[in-house]
Design a protein around this ligand. Sequence first.
Ligand code: C5P
Length: 233
Amino acid sequence: MNHSINFWAVVPAAGVGKRMNADRPKQYLELAGKTVIEHTLLRLLSAEVFTAVAVAISEEDPYWPDLDVSAHKKIITAAGGKERADSVLSALKAIRTVASDDDWVLVHDAARPCITTIDIHHLIDSLKTDEIGGILALSSHDTLKSVQGDNVIVGTLDRSHIWRALTPQMFRYGLLKNALEAAEGNAAITDEASALELQGMQPKIVEGRPDNIKITRPEDLALAQFYMEHQND
Ligand code: C5P
């Protein structure tokens, strides 16, 4: 390796978020005076580690061009795709002429606006000497049930082995792009790690902070606002 390793952020932001029952995609709902996606992107930019942030936006999205952050010099806009994994792959392709295979990519959901600089640097510091990479995750405090049919419990999972996958998920550019291309069309790929797992790789877990929530349901906006008011990084 005779070049310096760059860090890139990739933000899938092309979902419609139908569980919010709102008049617009959830990343454009207002939270503490800004849209959700503005918080997310400004926090990634303020980590001061990324060469650029590639954002996947739906082609029918009328809101994105109106945001000041869309014109920021470190923001690259890519087309969104049918599924989250397609959007991530599209953003990776948008930086292919400037990124090297051994550069690091941190993929972070637009819908996780409470991400902290602390967590971004914790993930990077934990994994930067790793060959493959890994993800922020949280252990489960609840007992976990496996159900079938009409919500009938068929088993209890051993929660000491269960972690909830968060983002950012940090992988080498080349490995991640190959894994997502190999998995194209596979609906079971709901995060980046699962695409690498399908290739037989074993990404790592790095314990994240519980305030890094994903906006999914209407009540999550109030919770995100509460966390933001109590974060002091
Ligand atoms: O729907 P969910 O909360 O799992 O989406 C996670 C992230 O993936 C969101 O930021 C959403 O905008 C993004 N996404 C995307 N392209 C899709 C579907 C979801 O970029 N086709």
